[in-house]
Design a protein around this ligand. Structure first.
Ligand SMILES: C[S@@+](CC[C@H](N)C(=O)[O-])C[C@H]1O[C@@H](n2cnc3c(N)ncnc32)[C@H](O)[C@@H]1O
Length: 253
C-alpha cells in the first residue's frame, strides 16, 4: 500500500470512530449520512452574499445555530480567513462541541471560535441575551426540520431575532422537506414539519408578520435526495414520505 493509501485508511477509521461516538450522543440521520464532515455552507446559492457580508464588515457576526461539531465554522475560519471574533456557534449538546475538537484535532484555544451550549428555546440563555439583534448571518443547517410546526415557528422567530435586521442580513440553511407538506414522525427525531415550496413561503410570511420583519424568501428544492447512508444502514426517510432537500435564504429587506 502507498503512503497515501495508509493516510486515507487512518482518516477513514478516525471519522468512522467519531461517527459512532456522535451516534451515541444522538442518532441524528445527518450523523448516519456523514454530513458532519461535509462543508455544505459554501455550496449554498447565497454563499457569495454571506461572504461579502462577513468580509466587508469585520464587526459582522455569523451565528451557526445547532452547529454540532462546527465544521462550517471551521471552514469559514480556515478557508476564508474570517476572523474567529466574527464566528459564533450555539449547540444544544456540549458533547457535540467537544467531539468536534476530537474530530478536527484542535482545541477551543486553537480555533478561537466561540462555540457554546445553548437551547434555542431557552429565553434565559446566553444565546438569547447576547445574540439578539447582533448578527449579520444566521446559519441553520438541518435544524428547523427537527421540530413540529409550532416549535419550528418559535425557532424561526428566534433566528430572525438574532439578526440585526439591516437590509441584506440573512438566514441561510437547509432542511428536509417533502413533496407533500405536513408533519411526519421520525423514529429518532420525533415529529418533523416538512415543507413544500408553498407551505415554506406561507410559514415565513407568518414568521415575518409575527416578528415585524419584511423577509425575502428564496428556496431551492432537490427532489432526488438519497436518504440512505452509504453503508445502507441508519436508514433515514422512507420513500413514501417523498422527502426532499431544501436549501434556503431568508433575507431582510
Ligand atoms: C441534525 S443536526 C445538524 C448539525 C449541523 N448543523 C449540520 O448541518 O451538520 C442538528 C443539531 O441541532 C442541535 N439542536 C437540536 N435542538 C436544539 C436546540 N433546541 N437548540 C440548539 N441546538 C439544537 C443538535 O444537538 C444537533 O447538533
Amino acid at each position: 500500500m502507498t503512503e497515501h493509501g495508509v493516510v486515507n485508511k487512518l482518516l477513514e477509521a478516525h471519522i468512522k470512530r467519531l461517527q459512532d461516538k456522535a451516534w451515541e450522543i444522538f442518532p441524528y440521520p445527518c450523523i448516519g449520512l456523514f454530513e458532519f464532515v461535509k462543508f455544505n455552507l459554501p455550496t449554498y446559492p447565497a454563499y457569495a452574499h454571506v461572504l461579502s457580508l462577513l468580509q466587508r464588515d469585520h464587526g459582522a457576526v455569523y451565528l451557526d445555530v445547532g452547529c454540532c461539531v462546527g465544521q462550517d465554522l471551521r471552514y469559514l475560519r480556515s478557508h476564508e480567513r474570517i476572523p474567529p471574533s466574527q464566528l459564533v456557534g450555539a449547540e444544544l449538546q456540549q458533547e457535540f462541541i467537544d467531539l468536534g475538537h476530537e474530530l478536527f484535532l484542535d482545541s477551543p484555544e486553537e480555533t478561537g471560535i466561540r462555540m457554546q451550549a445553548a437551547d434555542i428555546f431557552d429565553a434565559h440563555s446566553w444565546l438569547e441575551k447576547e445574540m439578539r439583534g447582533k448578527c449579520a448571518v444566521v446559519h441553520a443547517s438541518y435544524f428547523l426540520h427537527l421540530f413540529n410546526y409550532a416549535r419550528q415557528r418559535e425557532a424561526a422567530e428566534r433566528l430572525v431575532g438574532y439578526l440585526r435586521g439591516r437590509p441584506g442580513d440573512v438566514i441561510v440553511g437547509r432542511m428536509i422537506g417533502s413533496a407533500v407538506a405536513g408533519e411526519y414522525m421520525h423514529p429518532t427525531v420525533g415529529v418533523m414539519m416538512r415543507h413544500d415550496l408553498a407551505s415554506f413561503g406561507k410559514f415565513w410570511d407568518e414568521v415575518g408578520s409575527r416578528t415585524g420583519r419584511k423577509l425575502k424568501v428564496e428556496c431551492q428544492i432537490d427532489p432526488n435526495t438519497v436518504r440512505v447512508s452509504p453503508e445502507g444502514k441508519r436508514f433515514d426517510h422512507p420513500p413514501e414520505e417523498k422527502a426532499t432537500e431544501m436549501v434556503f435564504s431568508i433575507t431582510c429587506e
